[in-house]
Design a protein around this ligand. Sequence first.
Ligand SMILES: Cc1cc2nc3c(=O)[nH]c(=O)nc-3n(C[C@H](O)[C@H](O)[C@H](O)COP(=O)(O)O)c2cc1C
Length: 377
Amino acid sequence: MSLDYKYPALKYLKHAAKRRIPHFVWEYLDSATGDEVTQANNRASLQSIKMMPTILRGEISPQTNQTFLGKTYDLPFGVAPVGMSGLIWADAERHLARNAAKTNIPYTLSTVACQTPETIGPLTNGNGWFQLYPPKDLEIRKDMIGRIEGAGFETLVLTLDLPAASRRERQNRGGITQPPVMTARILRQIALRPRWALETAFFGRPEMPFVASYGENLRGLPTTEHIGYLLRTSPDLEYLSWLRDHWKGHLIVKGVLDSTDVARLEHIGADAIWVSNHAGRQFDAAPASIDVLPNIRQATKLPIIFDSGVESGLDILRAIALGADFVMLGRAWHYALGALGPKGPTHLSHILKQDLLANMAQLGIERLSECSKKIWS
Ligand SMILES: Cc1cc2nc3c(=O)[nH]c(=O)nc-3n(C[C@H](O)[C@H](O)[C@H](O)COP(=O)(O)O)c2cc1C
């Protein structure tokens, strides 16, 4: 049976991933913080957005390309940064980078990825963005920026929504540490997922080589206290200003929810704003990202990226209709990797594109810029 019939939508990939990756890895990927209310609200709010279909439009040819910060991508979506992708499926960062190059979409490599910028940069064909958890130490900061630039990344994404480690109760109960410590419980979970175990054994224990190169290798810490957390700080405006002065490429600020923050970000010279509540992983009373998007759109003319809870081409259209210029997905790519390994990202790109095209036809629009007219309230 072709993948189109077996996995026509993300929910089927998600079910398959849960059966193919060990429980502790699933809990790392799928969980949020607190009662996971913000995570649920991200989905509920997106699903509540109605758009009006069109009749008597005649033949139409929807176009999915989107220009963002001067570069035209074939699709209006890309890969949000996810730490430790290689834990979810062996060599995930390479699979995501290659798919991004092939399908002409952006891939954001996390500071706490299982591969270095030097390994991934050359694979992205210019579509690589780098996400920075802000290092405290000035010398480390300078060195990291130099390495990121040297590896060919022209866009830096500074994540600001982790002022402190999140509690992530479900993740912690899952028993995951960084790197994973082989307790009897974890070993049992791994034994139940032989394909994952074999692939992971072949590619080697998932670690965080970029941050590890700046510190002693601290083994066995909970994932919310790993070396990536220990190196970083919680930036203020001065920090952001320093980064703006020292990073010559595009600078995107991730984790914006409050429209009153926008003027300061514009003033400092941010090139784009990334609206996100970190998929509900940080603060369980945060508004759904989609609910604040219209206010942020009103507050700025800067390009806007949107994430949190996106699962389909229709969700991407909803976000664009409410003011996003580009849409990113985090977990979705990793459900696809868990389900299908290296074929996952390509298949997910394909079904998201098909869903975009089908729904643009229902709406009677050929260009993504026409989405906003179709909101129904
Ligand atoms: C397992 C996991 C790890 C993540 N790691 C990072 C990270 O290293 N840096 C970062 O800026 N955001 C990180 N995020 C947040 C994503 O970049 C993104 O904001 C979020 O996943 C989008 O929501 P979605 O997963 O519903 O698409 C992570 C998210 C998940 C699920």
